[in-house]
Write a protein of this length. Structure first.
Length: 109
């Protein structure tokens, strides 16, 4: 009888630990995620997107690319400009409407 009680307590403990681990490592729904397939956002692609949005910046290098699902795909791109400023560009692509980026915003430090 004591052994059954012990195994029951250990089972409850194991379930609790599993639940905590699952919650800790679960992706947050809707949160920006690193775009591991960021080969499609090159410096040339980013410059073209910025030029189309009438933002005239040269792109020296891309530091980080993230994507977020928000009524389309929102891109968050951190890059170094031609004059060595750290910048962030964001835009949304709604593939069912247009391939062109919409709501392009850029800020530099």
């Amino acid at each position: 009888r004591a052994a059954i009680k012990y195994y029951y307590i250990m089972f409850k403990f194991a379930v609790l630990v599993l639940a905590i681990v699952a919650v800790t490592y679960a992706r947050q729904l809707g949160a920006p995620e690193n775009d591991t397939d960021n080969d499609n956002i090159t410096a040339d692609t980013l410059e073209r997107i910025l030029t189309d949005a009438e933002v005239h910046l040269k792109v020296k290098s891309i530091e980080n690319v993230q994507k977020q699902v928000v009524g389309g795909e929102k891109y968050i791109v951190e890059f170094i400009s031609g004059d060595n400023h750290r910048c962030t560009a964001t835009w949304v692509v709604k593939q069912w409407e247009s391939q062109k980026p919409m709501d392009v915003h850029v800020s530099c430090k």
